[in-house]
Design a protein around this ligand. Sequence first.
Ligand SMILES: *Cc1c(COP(=O)(O)O)cnc(C)c1O
Length: 393
Amino acid sequence: MNTTLHRWLQAQIHALKEEHLYKPLVVMETPSEARITVNGRPGVINLSSNNYLGLANHPKVKEAAIRAVMEWGAGAGAVRPIIGTMRLHMDLERRLAEFKHVPATLVFQSGFTANSGVIPTITEEGDAIITDELNHASIIDGVRLSKAARRIYKHCDLNALEDALKSTRDARKRLIITDGVFSMDGDIAPLPDILRLAEQYDAAVMVDDAHGSGVLGGGRGTAFHFGVHERIDIQLGTLSKAVGVMGGYIAGSAVLIDWLTQRARPFLFSTGHPPAVVAAVLAAIDLMENDPSLTERLWDNARYWKEGLKRLGFDTGVSETPITPVMTWDEEKAQQMQRDLFEEGVMALAIVYPTVARGKARIRTMPSAMHSRQDLDDALAAFEKVGKQLGII
Ligand SMILES: *Cc1c(COP(=O)(O)O)cnc(C)c1O
């Protein structure tokens, strides 16, 4: 194959490698646990997983998946609106609505498809979308698919948000979109202040709570954490992170969910979850709701981990949640630190452009409920050694 396309691809890859932006896949040979086997090396401390509560491999979650396969089969057989909706799918949506204290929910294949499905379905030409500059890629893609005008405001800056609201007074309807917990920095959106402005200027609010789900508000998310869940028009949760399985859902009013079942394209044109996924999620929600010690352990570990890093002199940015960046600023240093940490038995991924801005490279660490104190102490020792080698501390 020597087409222009292939020469272009080779040049792109070459350029990424030159700029230290090329990232080979890391392959696990064991389940997503506190210690994993990676590239043939056993016992590596896993600080990169979104499996915050350990539910991805909880025995009850696994059993539920196996039982569902035996009872319902391996796949749903069609897209949801044709003949791919099983009673299980409806059970899950009801269960999620109860859990979130909202009238209705709709489950999508992933958080990504939920964002890219919802945003263009509820906005049209003449509307305006007002979106935080650090919002997740799936929000950005959802906004790109919409014909509405867009205003990107400075991260969590209420003056910039208000300016955007003032400058879009002519829009027919307006939608403010923000992450609840920002996935690369771990800070929390100031929802009460955002809502105050939204209500003042008659804008709807959508919160992407991928990293708040299962973590904040007893697992119910950022809106619940602030006690404002009844005033948020649209909440997005993931089932892929703390819930440990796969999927995304929209939580909101009955009429919102009704409209999405009629018009959201990933819901209409892509097959829904296999029964094993739905049953596993149901089991995970039960565990999350009935066992508060899971989220307590997560937060204990997060506090311990952050204090340990700060004591060593690392810059952990503005994090308020278990997501803990360890700033290196420089891309090459971040990649080198990832390799050196791996040599010391720690898996913590470098995050570089385009996931974060150029010059804001970091090692992103995620302590979870699965880690023991020994795991975290061993990891801190590795960070100390590597941080000194690289002149970061
Ligand atoms: C991970 C993430 C998503 C996508 O969720 P998936 O279920 O993995 O597709 C959406 N939004 C944010 C903020 C995320 O961090």
